[in-house]
Ligand binder design. Sequence first.
Ligand code: 2AM
Length: 177
Amino acid sequence: MIRLFTAIELPESVRMRLTLLQGGVPGARWSPTENLHLTLRFIGEVDEATANDIDDVLSTLKAAAFDLTLKGAGEFGGRDPHALWIGVAPSEPLLRLAAKIESALQRMGLEAETRKYTPHVTVARLRDAPLAKVREFVSAHSPFDSGPFAVRAFALYSSHQSSRGSLYRPERTYALD
Ligand code: 2AM
């Protein structure tokens, strides 16, 4: 079995900026630079035959290239925050791409994703982080703006557990028109 998800790879310069803003929150496990990505669709554990079918349908998917901007900051979990993230400026082409991937995966027989798609880049996972520090991080980084960068492809990532946490690896990339 292999754990998969689709995501957009971020340019090195954007990942550097996201790495530089990491800090100041005790209890945060900061995402390593090489793990920073924007998830399009989480897939989960599949067998090898299904992974190959997923690769096939994604290879034939047609969608347009577009520009994207990372913007703003937030947390998931409210009073018991478990993640810090940098957000994404509203983008119709991003939502269209995510929707195309969703319907392609459903057509090949995967179960529908029932959760609403909330584009974000996780920069830290939190355990027992002081709420005040989490709020400080979010307000300090709310003005974050990456400026636009071109998205000319998306990728099928695998996720592996290692002693140092999850390792994400782009297994296949798919060009956008
Ligand atoms: P997250 O960063 O907000 O946790 C690999 O795990 C990627 O898939 C992560 O970007 C993760 O989002 C996302 N993902 C979405 N749903 C998930 C789920 N149910 N379990 C694990 N990861 C999920």
